[in-house]
Design a protein around this ligand. Structure first.
Ligand SMILES: *[C@@H]1O[C@H](CO)[C@@H](O)[C@H](O)[C@H]1NC(C)=O
Ligand SMILES: *[C@@H]1O[C@H](CO)[C@@H](O)[C@H](O)[C@H]1NC(C)=O
Ligand SMILES: *[C@@H]1O[C@H](CO)[C@@H](O)[C@H](O)[C@H]1NC(C)=O
Length: 323
C-alpha cells in the first residue's frame, strides 16, 4: 500500500532509491527528467494545452444543445456547469496570453484540432480525460518553474482543473478522487497524448522544445481493473528489432514512481499484453520502456497512453445531498 509517509520518504531520498513497495511481478522504479524548460517555454506549453481545452469545450457546446445533454441523461445543472468549465478554459487562455505578452514574449495561438466526437457521452468522457491530462501536465511542470509568482499562478489553474476533473468523473460514475496522490507527467509525455488531437498549428507559433514519443494504445475495451491482463498496441509503429529483442516493460506512472510490469509480446511486434498492477487507480498512464528501473526520455520506447482503472466505481452519479 502507498501512503503519504512513503511519498515523503521517497521525496526526501530524491527518488534516488527504487523502493520495492509491491510484491513481484511488479516493481517500483524512479523517474528522471532529462529536458529542462525555462519559464517562458512552460507558459507556452501550458497555453498550448489551454487552447486545446478551450476549443474542445466551445466546439462541444456548439455541437450539442442542452436538449442533447438531457437526452444523454445529463441534467440542466450539469449543462450549466459545463458552460462554466468552458468559460474557465477561455479565462485560462486569456490569462496565460496576457502573462506572456506582459513579459514581452509571443504567445502561442490556437491550432486546428480533430476531436473525433459524435455523441454527448464521448464529449463528457473526453472532457474528463483532457482535464486529467491537464492536471498531470501542470503537476509535472511545477518542479521546473523558476519564478515563484508563475508557480503560484499555475497552481491556481491546476486546482481548478482538478475540480473540473472530479466533477466530470463523478458525472461519469467514476470515483472523483481515486487515489491519495495525483500522477505527474513530463511535457514530452503530455505532448505524446495531446498531439493526436492537433491537426496543424499556425506556422508562426513559437516552439517550446517538446517532442512526442511513438504512440501507444490500450486495445482492451470495457472496464479495466487491477490484476486484469489487458492488450496494448503501438498502433502502426513496429518496434525496431533492437528494441523488440531487448527486455521491454510496461511502466504505469504513479505518484511514488513508475510501477514496472512484465510485457508479453503477442503477434507481430506491435501488440502486447500486460497485467495491471494492484494499487493503480483511476485515470492512469502507461508507457513502454526498455528498462525496468527508470522512466526517462532515453528509456521510453512508446507512449504514454491513458487508461481508466475502475477499482472503486460510484453507484450513483453526483451522489450527495438530495434536493
Ligand atoms: C463537433 O462536431 C464535429 C462534426 O461532427 C466533430 O468532428 C467534432 O469532433 C465535434 N467536437 C466536439 C468537441 O464535440
Ligand atoms: C528487471 O530487469 C532485469 C534485467 O533485465 C531482470 O533481470 C529482472 O528480472 C527484471 N525484473 C522485473 C521485476 O521485471
Ligand atoms: C454499490 O452497490 C452495491 C449493491 O447495492 C453495494 O454492495 C456496494 O457496496 C455499493 N458500492 C458503493 C461504492 O457504494
Amino acid at each position: 500500500m502507498r501512503n503519504v509517509h512513503q511519498l515523503a520518504l521517497l521525496a526526501l531520498s530524491s527518488y534516488a532509491v527504487a523502493a520495492p513497495l509491491v510484491s513481484a511481478p511488479w516493481k517500483v522504479g524512479k523517474r528522471q527528467v532529462e529536458s529542462q524548460m525555462n519559464d517562458i517555454d512552460i507558459l507556452r506549453y501550458a497555453l498550448t494545452l489551454e487552447h486545446l481545452e478551450d476549443k474542445f469545450y466551445r466546439e462541444g457546446l456548439a455541437n450539442f444543445t442542452q436538449g442533447d445533454f438531457a437526452q444523454a441523461g445529463f441534467d440542466s445543472t450539469f449543462y450549466q456547469n459545463v458552460q462554466a468549465i468552458s468559460a474557465h478554459e477561455t479565462a485560462h487562455v486569456q490569462f496565460l496570453t496576457a502573462a506572456l505578452k506582459a513579459a514581452g514574449y509571443a504567445p502561442t495561438v490556437e491550432c486546428t484540432y480533430a476531436f473525433g466526437i459524435s455523441t454527448v457521452e464521448q464529449f463528457v468522457a473526453t472532457a474528463s480525460i483532457l482535464e486529467g491530462v491537464g492536471q498531470a501536465a501542470y503537476l509535472g511542470a511545477a518542479p521546473q518553474v523558476s519564478s515563484k509568482t508563475i508557480l503560484g499562478a499555475a497552481g491556481s489553474i491546476l486546482t481548478i482543473e482538478a475540480r473540473h476533473d472530479a466533477y466530470l468523473r463523478a458525472a461519469l460514475s467514476q470515483s472523483p478522487f481515486p487515489q491519495a496522490n495525483d500522477d505527474a507527467l513530463t511535457p514530452d509525455e503530455v505532448h505524446t497524448m495531446a498531439h493526436g488531437f492537433i491537426v496543424s498549428c499556425p506556422a508562426g507559433n513559437p516552439s517550446f522544445g517538446v517532442k512526442a514519443f511513438p504512440g501507444l494504445a490500450v486495445t482492451t475495451t470495457g472496464k479495466i481493473t487491477s490484476g486484469m491482463t489487458i492488450a496494448l498496441s503501438t498502433a502502426g509503429f513496429a518496434l525496431a528489432p533492437a528494441d523488440s529483442k531487448a527486455h521491454l516493460y510496461a511502466a504505469f506512472i504513479t505518484a511514488l514512481g513508475p510501477d514496472f510490469a512484465p510485457l508479453t509480446p503477442s503477434g507481430d511486434g506491435e501488440n502486447f499484453q500486460v497485467t495491471v498492477p494492484i494499487g493503480v487507480n483511476g485515470q492512469s498512464y502507461l508507457l513502454l520502456t526498455n528498462c525496468n528501473d527508470t522512466v526517462s526520455d532515453s528509456s521510453v520506447v512508446a507512449g504514454p497512453t491513458f487508461l481508466e482503472i475502475t477499482n472503486n466505481p460510484l453507484n450513483t452519479t453526483l451522489s450527495g445531498k438530495k434536493a
